[in-house]
Design a protein around this ligand. Structure first.
Ligand SMILES: *Cc1c(COP(=O)(O)O)cnc(C)c1O
Length: 248
């Protein structure tokens, strides 16, 4: 077997073991957690090798790269491979048609304008795109997402989040499933834990006030912090380096 496949098998095994331990600490069933293997910058052959190892969920942070890689992978595996393509990065207006056509689920919905455009592309196609609202909990400038930095204490912020969730939940062609967040980098564990705990609490609150959406999906946790995310209720973890090694 080639070195690439060995790396993926070992990386994926290790990730699954650590998810099982983290789920155990939180009294959760590890089967509630889906690993989205983040293949950005890696070629289609890497996706195919990971597919052969058993992975079915793949994440890309750019619509263009997702579309190209999906086409290259389907040229080999066919369109019925069972792969779900997750667009995990922010989307620009001019790429919404591409995302509506090629993404199986979208994690980084961070503007109403993008929701409107996606809905317009999907309306009448018979397809529904599952979407997650990206929320900015930590307040780090580099983080995209709807402002939720003070949602517990700031009524205006809560009302804004509720309004946007309600509007998105009502859009034809979109299925609002939950929240996505990113923790800040290189901060103490307690700070990361607080971001995940507060995101989970926000989703519980939204479930109460916007019952027309599902709120059963939480996309949080990457290679450096996925165990903590699982302890706080993540259902998708988005993992690149811990499976594939450092990006080239
Ligand atoms: C790249 C990326 C990941 C995966 O990062 P790793 O540190 O390689 O696990 C997860 N989420 C998003 C939005 C990304 O862009």
């Amino acid at each position: 077997m080639d070195a690439l496949k060995e790396q993926i098998i070992a990386g994926y095994e290790d990730v699954r073991q650590r998810i099982a331990w983290a789920a155990g600490r939180a009294d959760r069933d590890p089967d509630e957690v889906t690993v989205v293997a983040v293949t950005k910058t890696w070629p289609a052959e890497v996706v195919i090798a990971a597919y052969e190892v058993g992975l079915r969920h793949f994440g890309e942070n750019r619509a263009g790269e997702l579309e190209e890689k999906r086409a290259a992978v389907e040229a080999v595996l066919g369109p019925e491979s069972g792969i779900v393509w997750h667009l995990i990065g922010p989307l620009q207006s001019r790429k919404t048609q591409m995302a509506a056509d090629a993404a199986g689920t979208f994690h980084a919905l961070d503007r109403l304008k993008i929701a409107r455009r996606l809905s317009r592309h999907l309306e009448g196609t018979g397809r529904t795109l599952p979407v997650l609202l990206q929320v900015n909990i930590s307040g780090e400038d580099s983080k995209h997402g709807f402002d939720a930095t003070r949602w517990e204490d700031d009524k205006e912020q809560r009302v804004a989040l509720k309004d946007v969730a309600r509007k998105i939940a009502g859009k034809p062609g979109l299925s609002l499933q939950g929240l996505m967040t990113m923790a800040p980098w290189q901060v103490e564990k307690e700070v990361v834990a607080a971001v995940f705990r507060r995101t989970h609490a926000l989703s519980v609150w939204l479930d109460d006030v916007v019952p027309e959406a599902r709120w059963d999906t939480l996309s949080m946790g990457m290679s450096d912090d996925f165990e903590l995310a699982v302890e706080y209720g993540a259902t998708y973890v988005r993992i690149g380096r811990a499976i594939f090694g450092e990006r080239r």
